[in-house]
Structures are given as structure tokens and as C-alpha cells.
Design a protein around this ligand. Structure first.
Ligand SMILES: [Zn+2]
Length: 327
């Protein structure tokens, strides 16, 4: 994804990003320490609350899902590591009793034609209408980039949501999408070199007629940082932003789901373009000293991820789904 703030970084080219990561004094100095933290358990302040405090959502389990993905290494579209990730996601979903469909397709990219897979969990409802949740699970093509937060965190949250939701049948169906190919293959974010998976799924839904059944699309991306501030994403549908931010405030997370705004291009746009009400929950504060200062650098590692943040996001998604089920 790309925010207004990252455009300027991208215009400098990849070298600009790398320079930013490598020349940052604290990062360089902390590097060996950070590596040590990677294998250590999260710090006390990042511990997940007990699941009963977050609607049953288990932040520890979501964190373990991030760790598992990171263990596969860099996971760009078409790589052997993403194939392992796909097998893992499908095996997890099966173990929860989720019905999952796989759409294997190929996408023409600047790196040639790449095989991609979208995975879609379908939990039936009693009435027509679908609440769609989504994440991307591919990681950016960068050397030594394991995407703990960018790709890993939201996928960990969606796996944990699938574990909880697959056994519940509500008024409306809940579908959970795991998109391939969100990341631009080139270093810079320039259409149409991005959002391959979500574009494919939205196009398929348009043909099948499923598109008109979707009442809301809730996207999560980069949701695991230790000091989260989710700003209202301005391309998103205002009514849905209000719903999600209202839920967060009611649950006591008003200092995390803040009333500032920022514009981020992401998978939700594939659906917004087709008039599906959509919201993106993302923390892309990637400036110096920002929450995700490590964005699109090899520093996006497991030690940046807080089980507590994952639990908060999971709680907000669970309650938002409940609220949408009641409408
Ligand atoms: Zn990214």
C-alpha cells in the first residue's frame, strides 16, 4: 500500500528507502539487540489480554500465526515461500472447520507472468448479504524482507478471526479473503502494478453477481505495531469508518483508533471502484520516529509485533462484524 507520505519516499526510489533504514542511527546501533529480541518472547507491555477481555480473540495465537509466517522467510508472489504460506493458511483453516475456496490465477507483472492464489473462507448466513473481511499475505519483493507487520500481522488476525467465526452462523454470511499480490512488484507503487489479488477477486465477484451481495468490506493491513495509531483512511466509505471507529471508542480504544485522517492506497480500492462500501484499518505512520518506521525495510521483523495490538484489532473487527450482523 502507499500513503501520501510514502510517495515522496518512493520518488527517491528504492535507494531512498534503504538509505533511510541504514543511515538511521538508533536502528543501526540497536540492530544486534533487535535481532536478539526477535527470538525472545514479547515484552510484558505487549502481552495480549486474556481472550475473554477481547471477545474471545486470542492475541497470543494471532502472534504465533505471525511468527509462523515470518519463519517461512520473504514471501513475495510466485516464490516457494509463499507456496508454503498458502499451504499453511489452508491447513489452519481446515483445522478450524472453515470452508475455503482457492482461486489460482496468473498475473502479468513487471517480473513476468506470476502464479497467484486468492484464498476465500465462506461462512454461511441465514439471509442474503455478505460481510467481507480481508488481508494480503504476500510480502514486498525486497531483500531480507520478512514482512512481520506488512503482510504477517493482518493475516495473523484474519486466521484467528476465522478460528472464531467459522463455527458461528449469523444473519449474514461472513467471507474472509486472503489476497495474494497486494504489493507492487516494482519498488514504486504505480497502477496497475499492485493489488493483483483483490482486483482479481472483485472482478470475479462482478461476473458471479456476488459483488452486489457485499454489505461491507473490512480490510486490515499493517495492524501489529507496538504503538498503534489507526487514522481514519480517507478513501474508505465514511459510514463504515464511523462504524469501526465508533466500535473502537466504545471498547475503550479511542486513543488507538484516533480521529486524525490519512489517505492510503490499498486492496480496499479494488472494491471501492466497484461501489462496495469498504474500510481500511492500517497504521502507515512510516516517517522518522513513526509507529512503523520500519515499513518496507528488513527491520519489519517479529520483534516489532505486539500480541496486545493484534488482540485489540481482532476485538474491534469481531465487534464490528457483530454490529453489521445486527443491521
Ligand atoms: Zn507493503
Amino acid at each position: 500500500m502507499c500513503a501520501a507520505i510514502c510517495v515522496s519516499v518512493f520518488f527517491l526510489g528504492l535507494a531512498g528507502c534503504k538509505t533511510k533504514a541504514d543511515s538511521s542511527q538508533p536502528n543501526t546501533k540497536d540492530a544486534p539487540f533487535m535481532s536478539a529480541v526477535t527470538v525472545a518472547p514479547p515484552q510484558a507491555a505487549d502481552e495480549a489480554p486474556p481472550p475473554e477481555k477481547t471477545g474471545g480473540f486470542d492475541g497470543k495465537r494471532a502472534y504465533a500465526q505471525v511468527a509462523k509466517q515470518v519463519s517461512f522467510g520473504p514471501r513475495p508472489s510466485g516464490s516457494p515461500a509463499i507456496a508454503k504460506t498458502q499451504d499453511y493458511i489452508l491447513a489452519e483453516l481446515k483445522s478450524y472447520g472453515c470452508a475455503a475456496e482457492v482461486d489460482s490465477f496468473s498475473a502479468d507483472t513487471p517480473a513476468g507472468r506470476l502464479p497467484m492464489k486468492n484464498i476465500l473462507v465462506k461462512i454461511p448466513g441465514e439471509k442474503p448479504g455478505v460481510i467481507l473481511l480481508g488481508t494480503h499475505y504476500d510480502t514486498k519483493r525486497l531483500e531480507n524482507f520478512v514482512g512481520a507487520d506488512d503482510g504477517g500481522s493482518s493475516t495473523g488476525v484474519m486466521l484467528e478471526l476465522a478460528r472464531l467465526l467459522c463455527s458461528q452462523h449469523g444473519r449474514y454470511a461472513v467471507w474472509i479473503a486472503f489476497f495474494d499480490g497486494e504489493e507492487a512488484v516494482r519498488p514504486e507503487w504505480k497502477d496497475p502494478d499492485n493489488c493483483y489479488g483483490s482486483r482479481e477477486m472483485a472482478a470475479r465477484f462482478a461476473i458471479s453477481g456476488d459483488l452486489t451481495k457485499i454489505k461491507a468490506f473490512l480490510l486490515a493491513d499493517i495492524v501489529g505495531t507496538r504503538t498503534p495509531h489507526f487514522k481514519r483512511e480517507t478513501y474508505s466509505t465514511k459510514a463504515l469508518v464511523d462504524l469501526v471507529w465508533g466500535v473502537a471508542k466504545r471498547l475503550g480504544y479511542g486513543s488507538i483508533f484516533v480521529d486524525e485522517s490519512s489517505a492510503v492506497e490499498d486492496d480496499h480500492q479494488s472494491f471501492l471502484k466497484r461501489r462496495v462500501p469498504s474500510v481500511d484499518v492500517i497504521d502507515l505512520d512510516n516517517g522518522p520516529g513513526g509507529d512503523v518506521f520500519y515499513w518496507h525495510t528488513p527491520e519489519d521483523t517479529l520483534d516489532k509485533i505486539s500480541p496486545k495490538t493484534l488482540a485489540i484489532v481482532g476485538h474491534v473487527f469481531l465487534e464490528s462484524v457483530k454490529e453489521l450482523q445486527a443491521k
